[in-house]
Design a protein around this ligand. Structure first.
Ligand code: PMP
Length: 296
């Protein structure tokens, strides 16, 4: 991408000048929070929800973001505009900032705030057509009393380890259980199964991030007249489901056709998953906050 502009601590700078201290506790300890947001044809999708989650994550770790929420929304929109992007993937990062080598967050006086807006690297169409292969992994989802999955923190090592494990099983993505053996989510996506026409997703308290796409899909599915249940389920329920799909800001709604080498349903992306993906894509074009248009 040419002349990419990044927001960094109050300034809009070129990519090469967007540098932070090696003493930043985001880098040293993963001490910080982030969001991944998407803009579709000039509209930012679910901006308020993403900002709310960012501030809640920060509040939970006692990190004060040095902007009001409205100001943060303006910074995000301005970053998209400066990069002249209609469709974009936006990454907002707030770290504890630069401090001493010790863990003590009090040594960090000013949080680092970064907004990156990039051209969208859309998942290959092929993946939506042939569906993903998942592998369940030995690592468990970090439990709320260890590292709460609701905090979208810069510490993604749990997720990276499960991703690595699934790659070793030659799968496209991981399926993570909690320490009671209930299904939670993927490494960076929420999971849904369909059985006898009923759509099911694990309740958040089992140990999943409350995905904004997850919530949008629950709403859309209900609008389309489907029955949706937030209920605990196990690997057996996944193996014997009629359809399985993942949701996330980057992935949208992506079909799963095999889990631990068990074929799911017909073995091909099926009706309800496709229906929800279409309805979701339509929604992204009509919902959202206007950020940029080449015609303006
Ligand atoms: N779970 C995890 C662990 C994630 O990192 C993400 C993506 N950020 C999701 C689920 C999906 O959340 P969302 O739909 O808000 O992108």
């Amino acid at each position: 991408m040419k002349n990419q502009i990044i927001y960094l601590n109050g300034n809009y700078v070129g990519k090469e000048d967007a540098v932070i201290s090696i003493y930043d506790h985001g880098f040293l300890y993963g001490d910080g929070v982030f969001e991944g947001i998407r803009a579709y044809e000039g509209n930012v999708f679910k901006l308020t929800e993403h900002i709310k989650r960012l501030y809640e994550s920060a509040h939970s770790i006692m990190l004060e973001i040095p902007h009001q929420k409205e100001e943060m929304a303006d910074i995000i929109i301005e970053t998209i505009r400066k990069n002249k992007l209609e469709s974009a993937y936006i990454r907002v990062v707030v770290s504890r900032g630069a401090g001493d080598l010790g863990l003590d967050p009090r040594s960090c006086s000013t949080p680092t705030v970064i907004v990156i807006a990039e051209e969208l690297a859309i998942y290959a169409n092929d993946l939506y057509e042939r569906g993903l292969k998942l592998a369940s992994v030995g690592y468990r989802r970090s439990s709320p009393d260890v590292l709460n999955p609701q905090v979208k923190s810069l510490n993604y090592l749990n997720n990276i380890l499960v991703k690595l494990s699934s790659m070793q099983s030659h799968a496209d993505e991981a399926l993570i259980l909690n320490n009671q053996g209930f299904v939670t989510e993927g490494s960076a996506d929420n999971i849904f199964i369909v059985k006898n026409g009923v759509i099911k997703t694990p309740p958040i308290y089992l140990g999943a991030l409350e995905g904004i796409t997850r919530n949008a899909i629950i709403d859309i599915a209900k609008e389309q007249g489907y029955l949706v249940e937030e209920v605990p389920f196990t690997l057996h329920d996944v193996y014997t489901a009629d359809e399985v799909f993942l949701t996330g800001t980057a992935a949208e709604v992506i079909p799963v056709v095999s889990v631990d080498n068990r074929k799911i349903g017909s073995g091909y992306p099926d009706v309800i998953t496709k229906d929800l993906l279409n309805a979701f894509r339509k929604k992204t074009l009509i919902d959202g906050v206007l950020c940029y248009s080449k015609n303006l």
